[in-house]
Design a protein around this ligand. Structure first.
Ligand code: TMP
Length: 221
């Protein structure tokens, strides 16, 4: 069956402000008449949410961690994301496989080839239509993280070198597939970022949206 909906993913370092923008983008798309599934990784299914608890809090070998990310993703893709796209719903997913390339491949230094094998096995050539990468320098991400949370998870506890490698790996993903990515300078003001996001979403409506596209492009941001 063909995938009629548009699959959008959001990526960035912890502390890049991604979740705030995710909520705003979901509201914008719904106002534009889009039937939207909003979800996240790791997680997105009952099993995936259980795996999320494990990978965020339980010490484990790097390959185990990577396999669990993809186990959760396989469940998510097959039971929620793919069926939604087939029905014509759009999907807005907070993190996806680029996070495995960035965090396990880059941050934890597993390298891209192992991730690519799992990506091919689980996704069989299918992936996001558009990925927004919220990019901030390390110091900004870390300062925001320190303001935010109560107890840091296994990733948030990592040091500067880990996050620098993670950020570099995200940039390598953009270089490999520039047409799919929208790079957002997440140091800019929230109104500036929203303007940029709205313009990118309007472009997606033009290419994927049908009736909804026409009313949204008339309506502005
Ligand atoms: P979140 O706080 O944005 O929901 O993400 C949870 C953490 O999981 C975040 O630190 C990044 C990490 N992660 C990976 O390491 N690999 C992955 O494939 C995914 C999806 C997330």
């Amino acid at each position: 069956m063909t995938l009629r909906g548009c699959f959008i993913t959001l990526e960035g370092l912890d502390g890049a402000g991604k979740s705030t923008h995710a909520n705003w983008m979901a509201g914008w798309l719904r106002e534009a008449g889009i039937d939207l599934l909003e979800t996240r990784e790791p997680g997105g299914t009952p099993l995936g949410e259980q795996l999320r608890e494990l990978v965020l809090h339980q010490a484990m070998d790097l390959r185990t961690e990577t396999l669990l990310m993809f186990a959760a993703r396989n469940e998510h893709w097959n039971t929620r994301i793919r069926p939604a796209l087939e029905r014509g719903q759009w999907v807005l997913c907070d993190r996806y496989t680029d996070a495995s390339f960035a965090y396990q491949g880059g941050g934890r230094e597993l390298g891209a080839p192992a991730i690519r094998v799992l990506e091919d096995w689980v996704q069989q050539g299918q992936g996001p239509d558009c990925t927004f990468l919220f990019d901030v320098p390390l110091e900004t991400a870390r300062a925001r993280l320190q303001q935010g949370r109560a107890a840091a998870d296994r990733f948030e506890q990592e040091g500067a070198a880990f996050f620098e490698r993670t950020r570099q790996a995200y940039h390598a993903r953009v270089a490999d597939d520039p047409a799919r990515f929208r790079l957002i300078d997440a140091r800019r003001s929230i109104p500036d970022i929203r303007e940029h996001l709205a313009s990118a979403l309007r472009d997606l409506l033009k290419t994927h949206g049908g009736d909804a596209a026409q009313s949204a492009t008339r309506g502005g941001a």
